[in-house]
Ligand binder design. Structure first.
Ligand code: CXF
Ligand code: ZN
Length: 380
């Protein structure tokens, strides 16, 4: 591998030339990593809704051509100047949000919202020099959230790379780069359900099911899945969900239904839909005195959260989280270990697998809401 260090690498990447149009596998040139950057060989990548949302570019500033992708596993190919804690051959997960270890957030230990490397969906270039490392015949191709993993090789800031156990199967742990860690951490790090407690999870997609998996790991005794789509219920039982509520089956607000089911409210709730009405229900369904609600889903930009202030005075707590409060470099290796010691199951999240050449199929699955995660195998 060392032979390519310092050189431009030619490899295949799935380029999004236009919003909503199928990706095209192209030969791209990937420049060597600059100071504090690493070049990664991506082995597996999976699709997350955020890729689809920005590929569709509805209502946002479109940045094309662009290489999407942010859930992935790979191996360090070469490192730029100043990189001391990663070396060629290391097994890694790239992450869309970073940990510089130097800003006020990283130093606080209470925050994972790094000032330098926090997600920026509008930026299509590397932060050090404002340039792209990808090009086709000299024409730059934009990056996406600093990861651009739909490419055999990519360049990432060292602060956005978690070094993990080399024994961990990258085709499984790649899903920990975004959605699964987000849901899992929302429950384990933020909601923190006590053993034997009740947890309501709103939205039974991959993130919600990861939140349910967190509740199962924490030893919650009742895990109530709330979703408008009854097709999601049977699969959810594998993630520890013990009961289901479809708000459409009731003529009163779902928070009242949940309060009746649980003698006054659930101990914890985790909202994973991004729908503001679901957020309000998720808050109002927690028990007074001790209930904690955690918001995970990304709301519409004009959404307004409205609730009576008495809900707070009656000792209900509302929290929000970003990437499950995990610090990417410090904490992700430990999440991988949870999988390695069989505490956390990842296989059940991976419902589809496709070779890189068929990456557009993965977009179709996501678009149709079919399955949870589609893992893309780069060498096929
Ligand atoms: C999300 C996190 C919140 C902002 C949009 C992207 N993460 C990844 O998919
Ligand atoms: Zn994501």
């Amino acid at each position: 591998m060392a032979s390519t260090a310092g050189q431009v690498i030619k490899c295949k990447a799935a380029v999004a030339w236009e919003a909503g149009k199928p990706l095209v596998i192209e030969e791209v040139e990937v420049a060597p990593p600059q100071a504090m950057e690493v070049r990664l060989k991506i082995l597996y990548t999976s699709l997350c809704h955020t890729d689809v949302y920005f590929w569709e570019a509805k209502g946002q500033n479109p940045l094309f051509p662009r290489i999407f992708g942010h859930e992935a596993g790979g191996i360090v190919e070469s490192v730029g100047e100043g990189v001391t804690d990663l070396a060629p051959g290391d097994h890694v997960l790239p992450v869309f949000t970073g940990e510089c270890k130097d800003c006020a957030h990283c130093k606080s230990k209470e925050s994972n919202m790094c000032t330098l490397l926090r997600i920026n969906t509008d930026r299509g270039v590397m932060i050090s020099d404002g340039k792209s490392r990808f090009s086709i015949n000299g024409k730059p191709i934009y990056h996406f959230v600093g990861t651009s993993t739909f490419s055999e090789y990519t360049v990432v800031h060292v602060g956005c790379v978690a070094k993990i156990n080399p024994e961990a199967p990258l085709d499984k742990v790649c899903v920990l780069s975004c959605g699964i860690s987000t849901g899992l951490g929302a429950t384990l790090n933020v909601a923190k359900p006590p053993k034997g407690s009740s947890v309501a999870v709103f939205g039974l997609g991959a993130v919600g099911l990861a939140a349910a998996e967190g509740a199962r790991i924490a030893g919650a005794s009742r895990i109530i899945g709330v979703d408008m789509n009854p097709n999601r219920f049977s699969a959810a039982t594998e993630f520890g969900v013990t009961e289901f509520v479809n708000p459409k089956d009731h003529d009163k607000p779902v928070q009242e239904v949940l309060a009746e089911m649980t003698g006054g409210g659930v101990d914890r709730s985790v909202e994973c839909t991004g729908n503001v009405d679901a957020m309000i229900s998720a808050f109002e369904c927690v028990h007074d005195g001790w209930g904690v609600a955690v918001l995970v889903g990304v709301p519409h930009k004009d959404a307004v959260f409205k609730t009576h202030p008495m809900n707070f005075l009656n000792e209900r707590t509302l929290k929000g989280t970003f990437f499950g409060n995990y610090m990417p470099r410090s904490d992700l290796p430990n999440v991988v270990e949870k999988y390695m010691n069989k505490e956390l199951e990842l296989e059940k999240f991976i419902t589809h697998e496709v070779p890189f050449a068929e990456i557009n199929k993965a977009f179709d699955y996501m678009h149709r809401g079919e399955g949870l995660r589609c893992v893309i195998r780069m060498d096929a």
